[in-house]
Design a protein around this ligand. Structure first.
Ligand code: 5RP
Length: 216
């Protein structure tokens, strides 16, 4: 199986802190996520700044778009994002519109699976041509003590079988990676476990080493 990519989530509260995080670890990271929190704090300009600073990295704008797909998706993509996210409760028409404007730009969208969704929706997303989903244990669920379990793995396996490129995220640590090792995961996102580590670069490198060990 191909080695999954490593994405850092910049859920910093401001631009200065975001740059303090990314400058320490960029060399060990495949994808830079401009987190929802950072976009809310700084607006689309931070997407453009990060793409200008890191033109060779994939930039993901985690906008979690719920509506107005043909307005908000170009807002992110034309600011320099290669990909942006829509939330799973978005109407199919919103997702179709977002896909259309992304394809016009040779860019992509991801459906973020936070909160309720079901496999009828997932089949419909595939029917529209969606390639990427983000399986997300929400920050608030994690804080309430929700751990990874067999139900998560079953859903991740089914999403892979449907042909999605699956990203996994939500408080992921290096020790968690082995739980997912039998699946062809496309991307793992780590935010706090890299940003808040005593040595963020060493933390990112530890992810890459474990990904290479488990997916070969
Ligand atoms: C992804 C997100 C977060 O940015 C992601 O879950 C990573 O953050 P952390 O590893 O700190 O939980 O919303 O969709």
């Amino acid at each position: 199986m191909a080695k999954p990519l490593l994405q850092i989530a910049l859920d910093n509260l401001n631009e200065k802190d975001a740059y303090a995080s990314i400058t320490q670890v960029a060399e060990a990271i495949d994808i830079i996520e401009v987190g929802t929190i950072l976009i809310c704090a700084e607006g689309k300009s931070i997407v453009q700044k990060l793409k200008t600073t890191y033109p060779n990295k994939i930039i993901l704008a985690d906008a979690k778009i719920a509506d107005a797909g043909k307005i908000l998706t170009p807002m992110m993509l034309d600011s320099g994002a290669d990909w942006t996210t829509l939330i799973c409760c978005a109407e199919l028409a919103t997702i179709a519109g977002a896909l259309e404007v992304a394809a016009e730009r040779s860019k992509d969208i991801q459906i973020e699976l936070t909160g309720y969704w079901d496999f009828d929706q997932a089949v419909a997303w595939r029917g529209l041509g969606v390639d990427q989903v983000v399986y997300h244990r929400s920050r608030d669920a994690q804080a309430a003590g929700v751990d990874w379990g067999p139900a998560d793995l079953d859903k991740i396996g089914r999403l892979c079988e449907l042909g999605f490129k699956v990203t996994v995220t939500g408080g992921i640590t290096v020790d968690d990676l082995k739980i997912f090792a039998k699946y062809p995961i496309y991307i793992f996102i780590a935010g706090r476990s890299i940003r808040d580590a005593p040595n963020p670069l060493a933390a990112a490198e530890a992810f890459q080493i474990e990904l290479a060990r488990l997916w070969k």
